[in-house]
Design a protein around this ligand. Structure first.
Ligand code: BGC
Length: 758
């Protein structure tokens, strides 16, 4: 298909029309030219295809589909192969349902536990979010169906989500909020990108040329089309100029007319409209030419796959006295309404109309286990009546083990608004306390998309974090609780003890329409580690029913240049008595650096499966990016020459192996010295040091602290330390005031010329 030729045959009105949706879920057709409509659908972890009257809020039912675990859960698997397979299954379903693009994955960083949409997002860590989304995109797109990585960018709160400006500095965006998008674009080339509702430093994402063209296309090489989030367009003409190709859903023709008028008035280059059409049509035809509506969609099979995935996402947070796994013959009380009706997905645009769901009670009974059930609390009433509590306590007393299913109800955590606190409902906390008092062998299973406070943590023996695990989460929980599956999830985020500990706490939500990202790059563990703070559970944490050991750390070189790669290898062993999987994690740190940097940052991970007694070597490849920070002076990644630490282990706070590697920069930072440049900076630059040392010595003499000599009186008045500090922080122009350096303006000019020539 010659897309350019096709576009050249379109009228300006047709072209402007193609740049917005036909309805909520379709791109426009141009029948006279054989351009078909194509359909898009949410996303991200299942199909929300609305077949009849479309409505954004999902009041009209969508087709029956399969709800896989949400991103908060899949991220905890740290398993890129598994999420790729989930993507393949979603891609097949899209082919079956004739969907050209699945609206996801959603990769925004979990800046605060409060964000209402955290359940849909992967992590507080950009590397993990990048790896998981890349694999998912590769999976879906392997089936010739597009994805729409969203929401680009800095969309980290629901509060005022369509008007708020996320104000962050360049380094923070590049190091924390962009990399997941960047990695996915570079490695998986999503067919589309969805820009976010919010503004960035004052400019709407939907009309931000720096974001949509300079960074996304010119720097990262994005080839597909950019669509707006639903209703994210303010100035459509500015949007076309900035690189927003498709407005979704549409403006009833108003914005299309504005595009036409702007072109006619010479305010918008028609070539930009052509370009947007080409990009849209490239994807339309890529789908159409590869459409396979006869692809089968076996929902039962996908339900089974969803159960397997959900089990592998669960994180065993605590397991005192190896209370878990439970024995099949144990009498177990399953308590809490979530045991019967689990919370397995979030509210809003990702809400799936599941063809079936299984709760833990149903799954346990089907497996012939000896379980009883007590409701414990009512989700709808947000209460635990005396009767409910008494029934739960009696069930707990009668059983060997009590398992309380708790977490966040839909009303506590949803698209559209943020949480105001980090607590689960008080009634659930009361229930857990009462059950734990009645039976010392109490387990808590949690369903939530984001961290919660656990005031009862010291009084329960085990906690299993199930996140929002999809429609088969009940089955999965039973398999993990009773040991059919050995838990292997690790936390994709830190669980702070209290909300107030979170680094964005003081500024989250912002003032009016401005939310400043004042914590900068110190998001999640980057902050807790730097502050040496206690957390409830650290990033990367996850227990198993077996034990693992890490040994034999090897690096391919002790010293590399920043253009080289480094291979790091480690042996992981299963030292326990049953099969299990763990996540080997590699963190890099720059202990001495000019920029203020986190103590460690995740730069590699691998999920490893090991039989009891088995060992495997795991290798990681590190490159410049693994050691670099974003330098705001050169607007690029930069590695500062020096020693870097490489730490390996099973959580950000359990890193038994450590190596040091020297990395040498091949990039010299530009320098420009003025009379205001201080000695400290000049002396740190080896070339400037040569020129400046003689002057510095002379000035020191004036303070009475030359290397040899100097009067005692002078030394008493100004200590050596003080003299040194005064020198370090003295600007070159100080030498004019105190002597020792150039004595005239002319001499200063000469010196600066010499310094700036090097
Ligand atoms: C959400 C998107 C979603 C779109 C279509 C928006 O409100 O932010 O994530 O894909 O609606 O439902």
């Amino acid at each position: 298909m010659d897309i350019r030729k096709l576009v050249s045959q379109m009228t300006l009105e047709e072209k402007a029309g193609l740049c917005s949706g036909d309805d909520f879920w379709h791109t426009k057709a141009v029948e006279r030219l054989g351009i078909p409509r194509t359909m898009v659908s949410d996303g991200p972890h299942g199909l929300r295809k609305q077949s009849q009257e479309a409505d954004h809020l999902g009041i009209n039912d969508s087709i029956k589909a399969v709800c896989f675990p949400a991103a908060s859960a899949t991220a905890a698997s740290f398993d890129t192969d598994m999420i790729r397979q989930m993507g393949e299954a979603l891609g097949d379903s899209c082919q079956h349902e004739e969907l050209s693009v699945l609206l996801g994955p959603a990769v925004n960083i979990k800046r605060s536990p409060l964000c209402g949409r955290n359940f849909e997002y992967f992590s507080e860590d950009p590397y993990l979010a990048g790896k998981m989304s890349t694999a998912m995109i590769q999976g879906v797109q392997s089936r010739n169906v597009g994805t729409s990585i969203k929401h680009f960018a800095c969309n980290n709160q629901e509060h005022r989500r369509m008007s708020s400006s996320s104000d962050a500095d360049e380094r923070t965006m590049r190091e924390i909020y962009f990399p997941a998008f960047e990695m996915a674009v570079k490695e998986a080339q999503p067919w589309t990108v969805m820009c976010s509702y919010n503004r960035i430093n004052g400019v709407y994402a939907s009309e931000n040329p720096w974001l949509l063209t300079d960074v996304l296309r010119k720097e990262w090489g994005f080839e597909g089309y950019v669509m707006s989030d639903w209703g994210a367009v303010s100035d459509r003409v500015a949007g076309v100029a900035a690189g927003l190709d498709l407005e979704m859903p549409a403006s009833g023709g108003v914005n299309d007319r504005k595009i036409v008028e702007a072109v006619r008035a010479g305010k918008l280059d028609e070539k930009l409209v052509d370009l947007a059409c080409e990009r849209i049509l490239n994807i339309v035809f890529r789908y159409v030419e590869n459409a396979k509506p006869d692809t089968p969609w076996d929902q039962e099979k996908q339900h089974a796959q969803a159960a397997e995935i959900a089990a592998d996402c669960m994180v065993l947070l605590k397991n005192e006295e190896n209370l878990l796994p439970l024995a099949k013959e144990d009498a177990v009380a399953l308590i809490g309404e979530f045991a019967e009706k689990p919370r397995f997905q979030g509210g809003g645009s990702s809400h799936i109309n599941c063809f079936k769901t299984t709760g833990a009670v149903e799954a346990a009974k089907a497996a012939g286990l000896k379980v009883t059930y007590a409701q414990g609390y009512s989700v709808a009433g947000d209460e635990a009546t005396e009767e409910m509590l008494a029934e739960a306590v009696a069930a707990a007393k009668a059983a060997r083990v009590a398992v309380v299913f708790a977490g966040l109800p839909d009303s506590y955590e949803s698209e559209g608004y943020d949480r105001t606190h980090m607590r689960i409902p008080d009634c659930q906390n009361r229930l857990i306390e009462a059950v734990a008092a009645a039976n010392p062998d109490t387990v808590v299973v949690l369903h939530n998309g984001s961290p919660v406070e656990m005031p009862w943590i010291g009084r329960v023996k085990a906690v299993l974090e199930a996140y929002l695990g999809g429609q088969a989460v009940g089955e999965a929980a039973v398999r993990v609780l009773f040991g059919d599956v050995n838990p292997s999830g690790h936390l994709p985020e830190s669980f702070p003890i209290r909300l107030e500990d979170n680094p964005s706490y003081l500024f989250y939500g912002g003032e009016g329409n401005v939310t400043e990202y004042r914590e900068g790059v110190f998001v999640g563990y980057r902050y807790y580690d730097k502050k040496k703070m206690e957390v409830l559970f650290p990033f990367g944490h996850g227990l198993s029913y077996t034990t693992f050991a890490y040994s034999n750390l090897r690096v391919s070189a002790d010293s590399i240049r920043d253009t080289d790669t480094l291979t790091v290898t480690v042996t992981v062993s299963n030292t326990g008595s049953r099969f299990g999987k763990t996540v080997a994690q590699l963190y890099v740190g720059d202990p001495e650096s000019t920029p203020i940097r986190p103590v460690r940052e995740l730069k590699g991970f691998k999920k490893v499966a090991l039989e009891s007694g088995e060992s495997k070597d795991v290798s990681f490849t590190l490159d410049k990016r693994s050691f670099a920070y974003w330098n705001q002076q050169i607007h690029d990644w930069h590695v500062e020459t020096g020693d870097f630490t490489i730490e390996i282990g099973s959580s950000s706070r359990d890193l038994p192996l450590k190596a040091t590697v020297k990395v040498e920069s091949t990039v010299e930072l530009p320098r420009h010295y003025t009379a205001d440049s201080i000695y400290l900076d000049l002396m740190a630059d080896p070339k400037a040091r040569e020129i400046i040392t003689a002057f510095m010595k002379k000035t020191m003499e004036i303070f009475g602290h030359e290397e040899e000599g100097g009067t005692d009186a002078a030394k008493e008045a100004i200590s050596a330390d003080m003299a040194m500090a005064m020198m370090k922080y003295m600007p070159l122009r100080g030498m004019l005031s105190f002597g020792g350096g150039p004595e005239s303006a002319k001499e200063m000019e000469n010196l600066l010329e010499q310094l700036n020539k090097i």
